[in-house]
Design a protein around this ligand. Structure first.
Ligand code: CTP
Ligand code: MG
Length: 229
């Protein structure tokens, strides 16, 4: 198949605040990103990985192949959406404009292979979709003093995860349009929404955390150890 996964890995990890970007910090004894890439390469439907790196990245371990699948790199950009678009543009020509492309954060090493399978199966029946989960907690609107001004409805509110999966041409056009309109988009689905699509929400396991702060490392190590892929 020609289902490729773009892996944005050009962030600095400022909220972790480590001596290097979080994707290269040790998780269960190995750089975090290696767990993420190995999981993706282990998925039978993923044909190759395209990793976008920071321009001054001195930590990339130079992986060229995993599980017999090509691992390509490209330069990322200032924002996550820039990195994703650069990755899509750098995909091999064999990935057609109507082919689906996955996008998965380097910072989400605990993604489950069965969730990826469900996203591929359900999303490819439409114009794509994303993994996510309904909100679990009561949601508060804070005022300027940090007090709870009111309680927001929780129904129909979802947290968005990755992978997200869209058609190569449609996603590239949506990301270009958002950038041209000066609209910051925090994920691929937001760019697609602004372009008039309604991406399918596919419920995935809460294991799929985005490692964001230093305390997420032991949690991710635990989740990795127990995840049945
Ligand atoms: N990312 C990227 N290019 C950017 C910013 C982020 O490729 N310009 C990637 C990160 O490397 C990460 C994913 O997008 O894999 C999600 O971003 P986030 O969790 O915000 O990571 P960082 O931006 O590195 O962290 P922080 O915001 O704390 O600096
Ligand atoms: Mg960031």
């Amino acid at each position: 198949g020609s289902l490729w996964c773009v892996v944005p890995a050009a962030g600095r990890g400022t909220r972790v605040g480590g001596h290097c970007p979080k994707q290269y910090l040790p998780l269960a004894g190995r750089p975090l990103i290696e767990h993420t890439l190995e999981r993706l390469a282990a998925h039978p439907q993923i044909a190759g990985l395209l990793v976008t790196l920071g321009a001054d990245d001195a930590h990339w371990p130079g992986i060229a192949e995993l599980n017999g699948k090509p691992v390509l790199t490209a330069a990322g950009g200032a924002e996550r959406s820039d990195s994703v678009l650069a990755g899509i543009d750098a995909l091999p020509a064999a990935v057609g404009q109507n082919d689906f492309v996955l996008v998965h954060d380097a910072a989400r090493p605990c993604v489950r292979l069965d969730d990826i399978s469900r996203l591929i199966e359900r999303g490819s029946a439409r114009d794509g979709g994303l993994l996510g989960a309904p909100l679990r907690d009561t949601l508060k609107r804070a005022d300027a003093a940090g007090c709870s001004a009111r309680t927001e409805p929780r129904d129909q509110r979802w947290r968005a995860f990755t992978p997200q999966m869209f058609r190569r041409g449609q996603l590239a056009a949506a990301l270009r349009k958002a950038a041209g309109d000066g609209r910051a988009v925090s994920d691929e689905a937001m760019a697609m929404e602004l372009a008039g699509y309604a991406p399918l929400l596919v419920e995935g396991a809460e294991d799929n955390i985005k490692v964001t702060t230093a305390t997420d490392f032991p949690l991710a190590a635990y989740l990795l150890s127990r995840t049945v892929t």
